[in-house]
Design a protein around this ligand. Structure first.
Ligand code: ADP
Ligand code: MG
Length: 155
């Protein structure tokens, strides 16, 4: 285990009242990831909860325009040529361990790039040092967003 000089236990709960507010929350998360060199974000929440909406904000913090973030469901992995590289991964359609292996999901997480993963409940094991984001539908325009994890530079 490498020593950590800056390590922070993160817990945030935000209730948003619009998709824009969720994007803004994502942008703040993205800036935290950058500041603390954190590479993996696991997203949980039902269909339509707002995972992709939040990722638009995270991606913007890495210089990716919001319009470039789509629903990754059909692509599974969308890769962006930023520094660090940014991977938007959607595991909705990935059902078996074999599919997961074939996809090389762990390689993305170990690549040094940023991996943001929708439907993280599909993962068979939890990666270390990840930030977890849970989005709960409250009503048509309102979502509860809970962000947790230990983030920090490994120096
Ligand atoms: P997911 O990726 O979790 O399936 P999306 O982000 O694709 O969800 O879709 C969320 C939908 O909910 C969008 O149509 C968005 O406009 C709508 N929505 C309404 N209110 C909010 C909110 N506060 N935050 C995020 N999305 C919201
Ligand atoms: Mg989505």
């Amino acid at each position: 285990m490498m020593p950590c000089l800056r390590r922070v236990e993160l817990y945030m709960r935000v209730v948003t009242g619009s998709p824009e507010e969720t994007e803004n929350t994502g942008y703040r998360i993205g800036n935290l990831l950058k500041a603390y060199a954190t590479r993996t974000v696991l997203l949980y929440g039902d269909l339509g909860a707002g995972k992709t909406t939040l990722i638009k904000g995270i991606a913007l913090a890495f210089g990716i325009p919001k319009r470039d973030i789509g629903s990754a469901s059909f692509v599974i992995v969308a890769e962006y040529d930023t520094i660090p590289r940014f991977y938007h991964i959607d595991l909705y359609r990935v059902e078996t361990e074999e599919d997961m292996e074939a996809l090389g999901i762990w390689e993305y997480m170990d690549s040094g790039g940023v991996a943001v993963i929708e439907w993280a409940e599909r993962l068979s094991e939890m990666p270390e040092g990840a930030v977890t984001v849970r989005i709960n539908y409250q009503d048509e325009n309102s979502r509860e967003i809970i962000i947790e994890g230990a983030i920090g530079d490994r120096l």
